[in-house]
Design a protein around this ligand. Structure first.
Ligand code: IRN
Ligand code: FE2
Length: 614
């Protein structure tokens, strides 16, 4: 095996068109919050719905791409990203840097000369909470402390909309209502972030050993987030490809990233990914534990699992999927299902339970798991090992029994001040989606929900990014905080870069649609700016404001490639004489020119007994 052959700067994608990296300073803490500013055509043009002409100010949007899109930053994959949070973590004075790793397996790999070529070169020794200390964001929040992470998030969620007051007033808001949520209507404050964390309604996945990570929040009173999954399997892909996919995922808008590697060199692959990843990284530790016992589930032990948890916590994994709700007594409930147990982690644990006829060791050792998590601030993503894998199995007894147990475990984690989110389905038809959200809020005490889709039908393999984005949009609107993407390759194979991008765009659409429906204060300004550009035939602005500028432009250019067409007041969909937007503009121009005459005519009609509707 070779060291990943990164050409200097090869990971550095160009910034999106007309986009510029900007940094907004904090007020409480010495922090710089990264955002993307999209410059628009500054020409003053007539304005949709407004009497007066206004300029087109640039639009600031949430940016997950990390330092890679900063032209002043020189990417070096072998060194990893700058350690943004390291000083924040040290200044709290509650951690120690260790002299050696705490995991036996990890130390073995570190000293194995055969692995030298594969290893990340600049490995730093891990941090851990000092004895008796708890370093979770939940712990600080409960003590009333607004951390730099919390302030970073407040500024980041706002996307500078507080500076857009004037436009927001000019443009009527049609903000919807989230079900029982309390999304602030103006902007998000650091104190609001703290309150939501303290209440357990939101989490900040932020392992002290992943200081490269830009803080983000998962909670239903914030922007809906999306997770992407990458990872090699026994049959395909290399470390190099995986790091490239990670950067690619962040570039298109993935808010968190799960490394689901199951092939060889899981440990080394993960190290490269974490050191180069500006968003939180999640894993399913039972996958690696299973590799350590050569794929034989019945050979798994608590000790092997425990060592794996510590190994990954010291590398910097920000959240762990842990399938502690798959209880022995629930397994028979899946016997008559159409598709049985479809969760990988769930099926591994079910197999172990049956082989030993014992209760799930993740459940019986749950408090010990909490002790480990709070020493590094790893968040729980309580796995839905019994989620339905088909429309026929949605909302059944097995699924809801597990959900109840996840609620019970949430309380235990909170007792330790460990942050928790809850994983959800899966495959669910539209009319059964709302029940999932209602039950989750009730059973899990409002801990954030994180769902896989759900897919709303089973009949479209090859298009499951669409079948699932429909369900994701609905459940996001109802209150799900993070949506786990599904790519077009779901059920068929390992996704390539194109599939990753298509999955992300489908999920950005679902998440943003939910943000609009919930009335997140940072949602509608981008729609308004894009619609205005569309109506005013500012084609370039329309492309640049879109989620995927390249595709928008290439579709337009397929039929009208000439530069002149970028200022034309029509496109090839309707042609020049049938463009409704152009005709509307003509009507408006006519009305403006003949305003006096029109008013006189109207008055005449009223005199003749007609009614005028405004
Ligand atoms: C999200 C919600 N429910 C499941 N997921 C994701 O599915 C989970 O976070 C992980 O990335 C992936 C595979 O999990 P299983 O199949 O091991 O449960
Ligand atoms: Fe599925």
């Amino acid at each position: 095996e070779q060291v990943p052959a990164f050409v200097a700067g090869s990971l550095q994608p160009n910034a999106l068109p007309m986009s510029r990296k900007i940094y907004v300073p904090g007020k409480l803490h010495n922090i710089q919050v990264a955002m993307r500013e999209i410059a628009l055509n500054p020409t003053i043009t007539s304005t949709f719905g407004l009497k007066e002409e206004t300029p087109n100010p640039s639009v600031t949007v949430y940016d997950t791409s990390g330092p890679y899109t900063d032209p002043d930053y020189k990417a070096d994959v072998k060194k990893g990203l700058p350690r943004l949070r390291e000083s924040w973590i040290n200044e709290r004075g509650d951690v120690d840097q260790l002299a050696a790793f705490s995991s036996a397996y990890c130390n073995e790999r570190m000293n194995d000369p055969k692995l030298k070529e594969l290893r990340f070169e600049h490995i730093q020794m891990p941090y851990r909470a000092q004895t008796g200390q708890n370093v979770t964001q939940l712990h600080y929040a409960k003590k009333g402390i607004v951390t730099p992470e919390m302030e970073y998030i407040a500024i980041r969620e706002n996307q500078r909309i507080d500076e857009l007051q004037q436009q927001n007033e000019l443009w009527a808001q049609h903000a919807g209502e989230d079900f029982g949520a309390r999304v602030p209507k103006t902007h998000i404050t650091p104190e609001f972030v703290r309150e939501e964390i303290a209440a357990g309604r939101a989490i900040i996945p932020s392992n002290i050993n992943h200081p490269e990570c830009e803080p983000m929040i998962i909670g239903r009173n914030f922007l809906v987030k999306i997770n992407t999954n990458i990872g090699n399997s026994a049959v395909s892909s290399s470390i190099e490809e995986e790091v490239e996919k990670a950067v690619w995922s962040c570039y298109w808008g993935g808010d968190t990233l799960m490394d689901l590697s199951t092939g060889k060199n899981i440990h080394e692959t993960r190290e490269w990914i974490i050191r180069n990843c500006p968003v939180p990284v999640g894993t399913v530790p039972i996958y690696q534990a299973l590799e350590k016992v050569n794929g034989k589930a019945e050979d798994l032990t608590w000790e092997i699992f425990r060592d794996t948890l510590i190994e990954q916590a010291e590398q910097g994994v920000d959240y762990f999927t842990i399938h502690a709700g798959v209880l022995l007594r629930y397994i028979p409930l899946t016997a008559k299902r159409m598709t049985g147990i479809v969760s990988r982690g769930g099926s591994i644990m079910a197999k172990w339970c049956l082989a030993h006829h014992k209760e799930n060791f993740l459940y019986t050792h749950f408090e010990e798991i909490c002790e480990i998590m709070k020493a590094y601030d790893v968040s729980f993503s309580l796995g839905d090992g019994l989620r339905p894998g088909s429309i026929a199995d949605a909302n059944d007894a097995a699924q809801f029994a597990e959900l109840e147990t996840l609620g019970e475990l949430t309380k235990i984690a909170w007792k330790h001040d460990v942050q928790v989110m809850i994983e959800g389905p899966g495959h669910v038809p539209m009319h059964l989606i709302k029940e999932n959200m209602d039950k989750q809020l009730k059973e899990c005490h409002e801990a954030p929900f994180y769902t896989l889709g759900p897919l709303t039908t089973d009949i479209a393999p090859g298009y499951d990014h669409i079948t699932s984005a429909i369900g994701a949009a609905m459940i996001g609107w109802f209150g799900t905080a993070m949506l786990c993407y599904v790519t077009p390759k779901e059920h068929l194979g390992l996704p390539n870069k194109k599939d990753v991008k298509d999955g992300i765009i489908a999920y950005k659409i679902a998440a943003h649609a939910a943000d609009l429906a919930k009335g997140h204060p940072g949602a509608q300004h981008r729609d308004n700016a894009l619609s205005k550009a569309r109506f005013e035939f500012r084609w370039e602005d329309q492309f640049n404001l879109s989620l995927d500028p390249e595709t928008a432009r290439s579709f337009h250019d397929e039929t009208l490639p000439a530069d002149g067409a970028k200022i034309a007041h029509f496109c090839s969909m309707c042609g020049p004489h049938f463009c409704s937007m152009k005709i509307t503009q003509d009507i408006r121009d006519y009305t403006a020119e003949h305003e006096k005459l029109m008013q006189e005519k109207a008055a005449e009609f009223v005199d003749q007994g007609a009614e005028i509707y405004n």
